[in-house]
Design a protein around this ligand. Structure first.
Ligand code: 26W
Length: 800
């Protein structure tokens, strides 16, 4: 308590009775930060003394969400912190709500990185995360007249309390200019780079605490600054705008997170962001390494650089550049070190998401990097040509530079010692399709590491009653560090008292979430109905539209027949659309039009409710997921690399209605048909139908109920807006194949799985038993398990 009072006085010049809750939050954050900071310094000293091998996790996104309660949890001080806050006259719960989400990510990829920081630290692995210190995180979503509006998310003014700026560790990153070969009198060769623009990279470190360990790690966020604040010569010449232009050009690099998820944009600012954070990171690692060892010759023994999707691929040529140009190593020596230091994780198979950069952009922005990429590409071509006896079709598919573009995934596959997918099915698709030829040549390079989530945050912290029940049943909190211990819960699968307790917990969580929704938006949820939830980025392959089609069907059936069999439902949606993704935005509009219509319709009263939750984000997920009963994981088979919310729902006792896609396959395998609402085409069947020429129109013509649903899109709903565009897309395509994601083909199967879920819900004993089994078998989806896999198979580092 004294520590908090001290922070308030020294940082804000306020006594407790004058402090605003924002100042109070920041004071608490500073106190907690100091504690982690102390530990972090000790961890760093220990690692230096032991010359430990270090993991560096490079990611354009870390979707951290809130940190105050989480850090207090890991430090075992939730109780004392809560008591101190309350003793000072504040509500702890309200104070935790004061913290803005650190929204430095779009969705799955960024949230996964955040979970992995927690797990690696908890497992005593020296791991550092690197990203950009975006001034603006993922946009805030407002719904106005049923449509998405984007607002800036300025998180730093309050969220900045977690960051420690280290000016003395600033790095310089160079863009543009020209490169020339120079030959020195002794016959050696060097590179002269001139005419470039320098941008400063200033590290702002976030301290990461682990659970029940003294280990602490760092997430390093690079902030872009101009080396020249204002050009005084221009300024005095009256050229005010020009004088500040250079500064603006530099600082815009860390201004905003690109909001495109699973879709490449090809903007030059994005390439600048990538090189900026990668170059600063590699320089910083090399600088520390040299201080410790005096040479970079043993770099690969002491470091592994994990490339989180292709966005940080430029670490490969950047590390080559340092070894060649600054250390004077031969190409062979440099390549030996680089190729043993880098590993790549693929997170998507969507072709529109695979990064390719235009040659002229790379060449003009990064002339030296371009030269190095060309050399890597040429050497790879000769190797491949020898291996495939000059088979042009293989060479083309594997090429790093092709059609005046640099293909980042192929560069990663060429250079990395390990390549991994993020679920069993996804890795299989990488091996047999996306990277087929590379796999054939080097099968040992390819690994699977199924994703996992931080179960301490996503179960224990956000669902304290369930945490207590598990501890009570299992006799200890062992599952927190050994997630597999959750299986002990299964002994209670037929224990009526435990199942009832489980149902009570769900009821409380539903009430808590409903109260939150009412406070935030005034909407009253029917807590007696099943909470059926689909929350994730809006993308056609995730098929929010299939869910909507089914709701339209239910609504039409209720009209046709007031006695239509329907288990009361509340359908909850949350989804942000990339601002430039018009179809996704139209689907959001549809969800809102439909929700308005359904909620006002007397036939739906107490049976069917539908809510679009504005601005879905990490902190919303934390209250929503524990309250959820049915988890919608309905992507077209073969498209979702893994999914991670599916795992969070499972841990919190929601049942899944889902396709055999991503990690759903492994979930289904663990709980069996009888504890999962499985439906839909399998990956092979989808591929086969595509090969044969899929005709969605036939499904429309042959199924009158489905036809009525699609026709309703064209007619529209109460607001009079027609969704004929979406109907046309499903039936005829529009610059794309008709119904590219097989909604119509899967509709009947989805409908019957929905019916079965509804019927099962009416039998609470069965439902609760299924729920318990799902929780008990979810341990394998903990991030601790994933990180142990990475540590053993890919990083080769010891762990707890
Ligand atoms: C270049 C634009 C862009 C931006 C983001 C392309 C690709 C991405 C990400 C890789 C997309 C992404 O987040 N993928 C998700 O990764 C999760 C973590 O592995 C998986 O669980 C999801 O299935 C996958 O969609």
């Amino acid at each position: 308590m004294d520590l908090i009072i001290g922070k308030l006085r020294r940082n804000f010049g306020r006594d407790v009775d004058e402090a605003t809750s924002q100042q109070m939050f920041q004071a608490c954050a500073l106190v907690v930060r100091d504690i982690i900071s102390e530990r972090q310094l000790k961890s760093a000293d220990k690692e230096r003394d032991e010359h430990a091998r270090q993991v560096h996790y490079l990611s354009m996104e870390f979707l951290m969400g809130r940190s105050l309660r989480k850090n207090a949890y890991n430090l075992g001080m939730v109780k004392p912190l809560t008591q101190a806050i309350e003793a000072l006259g504040f509500s702890a719960a309200d104070l935790f709500e004061e913290e803005p989400d650190a929204g430095l990510g779009n969705g799955g990829l960024g949230r996964l990185a955040a979970c992995y920081l927690d797990a690696a630290t908890t497992l005593d692995i020296p791991l550092t995360g690197y990203t950009i210190c975006y001034e603006l995180g993922i946009f805030k979503q407002k719904i106005v007249d049923g449509q998405q509006i984007e607002l800036p998310d300025n998180w730093l003014d309050r969220g900045g309390a977690w960051l420690i700026t280290k000016m003395d560790e600033t790095e310089e990153v160079r863009f543009g200019g020209t490169v020339k070969d120079v030959w020195y009198p002794d016959g050696s060769h060097g590179i002269d780079h001139s005419g470039y623009t320098t941008v400063l990279a200033v590290p702002r470190d976030m301290q990461i605490a682990g659970y029940k360990t003294n280990q602490a790690n760092v997430l390093r966020l690079w902030d872009a600054k101009s080396p020249t604040p204002v050009d005084m010569s221009l300024y005095s010449a009256g050229e005010y705008l020009k004088a500040v232009e250079q500064q603006a050009n530099a600082e815009v690099i860390s201004k905003v997170l690109y909001p495109e998820d699973n879709h490449r944009e090809g903007k030059s600012l994005r390439l600048k962001q990538q090189y900026f954070f990668v170059s600063a990171t590699v320089q910083s690692i090399c600088r520390k390494h040299k201080a410790e060892y005096g040479t970079l010759r043993n770099f690969h023994e002491k470091h592994v650089l994990q490339i989180n999707d292709t966005h940080p691929t430029l670490v490969i040529p950047e590390l080559m550049r340092i070894l060649l140009d600054q250390e004077g190593y031969s190409w062979e020596d440099a390549w030996y070190i680089v190729s043993r230091s880098v590993a790549y994780t693929n997170h998507t198979v969507l072709s529109e998401a695979l990064e390719r950069w235009p040659q002229d952009l790379v060449e003009s922005l990064l002339p030296r990097i371009w030269q190095i990429i060309v050399e890597i590409s040429n050497r790879y071509q000769s190797e491949l040509s020898a291996y495939w006896n000059g088979d042009q079709s293989k060479l083309e598919k594997l090429a790093i530079i092709w059609g005046h573009e640099v293909r980042m995934a192929n560069l990663c596959v060429c250079a990395c010692s390990a390549v991994n997918g993020v679920s069993a099915l996804h890795t299989e698709i990488l091996k047999t399709d996306v990277f087929k030829d590379a796999y054939q040549r080097q099968p040992d390079k390819f690994h699977n590491v199924t994703n996992g989530v931080d179960h301490r945050r996503w179960l224990s912290e956000v669902n304290p009653e369930l945490d207590a029940l598990i501890i009570d049943c299992c006799g200890s909190d062992k599952y927190l560090l050994q997630p597999d211990a959750l299986t002990e819960l299964e002994k209670f699968a037929d224990d009526a008292a435990v199942l009832e307790k489980l149902a009570d917990i769900k009821k409380h969580n539903k009430a808590r979430f409903a109260a939150w929704v009412q406070r935030e938006s005034g909407v009253l949820l029917n807590t007696d109905a099943m909470f059926d939830v689909q929350v994730k980025r809006l993308h056609e392959y995730k098929r929010q539209l299939l869910n909507a089609l089914h709701i339209i069907y239910l609504w039409q059936q209720l009209h046709a027949n007031p006695n239509f069999e329907l288990t009361p439902r509340v359908y909850l949606f949350g989804a942000k659309a990339a601002p430039g993704y018009a179809v996704a935005k139209e689907i959001i509009h549809l969800l809102n039009s439909l929700a308005d219509t359904v909620n006002k319709d007397p036939v739906c009263k107490d049976k069917l409710q539908m809510v679009f939750l504005e601005n879905y984000r990490v902190s919303m997920a934390e209250t929503l997921i524990p309250a959820s009963e049915l988890s919608e994981q309905i992507s077209t088979a073969g498209k979702e690399a893994s999914g991670t919310s599916n795992m969070k729902f499972m841990m919190n006792g929601a049942l899944t209605i889902g396709t055999l896609d991503g990690a759903n396959v492994e979930m289904h395998q663990r709980v069996g048909d009888e504890n999962f609402f499985l439906f839909g085409l399998k990956t092979e069947e989808v591929n086969e139908m595509r090969r044969r020429g899929y005709k969605s129109y036939e499904y429309y013509m042959q199924n009158p109920a489905l036809k009525a649903v699609i026709d309703q899109l064209t007619v529209g709903f109460d607001d009079g807006v027609s969704y004929a565009g979406l109907a046309k897309r499903l039936l005829f395509g529009n610059g794309c194949p008709p119904d590219e994601y097989f909604l119509l083909a899967d509709f009947e199967s989805y409908r019957s799985a929905q019916l079965s879920a509804g019927r099962t819900y009416l039998d609470p004993k069965t439902w609760n038993r299924m729920s318990l089994i799902n929780i008990a078998r979810s341990g394998i989806f903990a991030a601790d398990r994933s990180i142990r896999d990475y540590a053993d198979e890919i990083w080769h580092v010891p762990h707890r």
